[in-house]
Design a protein around this ligand. Sequence first.
Ligand SMILES: [Ca+2]
Ligand SMILES: [Ca+2]
Length: 136
Amino acid sequence: MVWKTVRKKNCPYWKQIPMFQKDKLNWADARDSCSSEGLMLATVADQPNEVLTYINANDIYDEKSFWVGGSDIAVEGKWIWTDGRPFDDSFPWRYGEPNNAFADTHGEDCIYASDAYYDWGCHHEIKYICELAKPY
Ligand SMILES: [Ca+2]
Ligand SMILES: [Ca+2]
């Protein structure tokens, strides 16, 4: 995951932060929204716990649920990142997740970050995290 480098006003230090987006979109529209700005829906494979820590340690927004770039849309139960990488066995899913709830209707094929990671129906509209598409 490539984080945006920012510096707060009057702060001498640059720091790396995830790019949290405030608008609420379904997963596919969130992915397209990131793409339209030359970004990618965030692949948090390398720093999953750092992202959770950031969400929960910072007063980002009231509702702390954000789409990130992974899904099992193609093959149920086979989670892959939008950059094509598979999920590690050690990925910090919430206990009991992913559970593909509502499997008889829409199922849960997209992943969001909150206090942990959950699968959820891709049609829900929530905030999301983009990342830079390439290192710089
Ligand atoms: Ca699923
Ligand atoms: Ca779930």
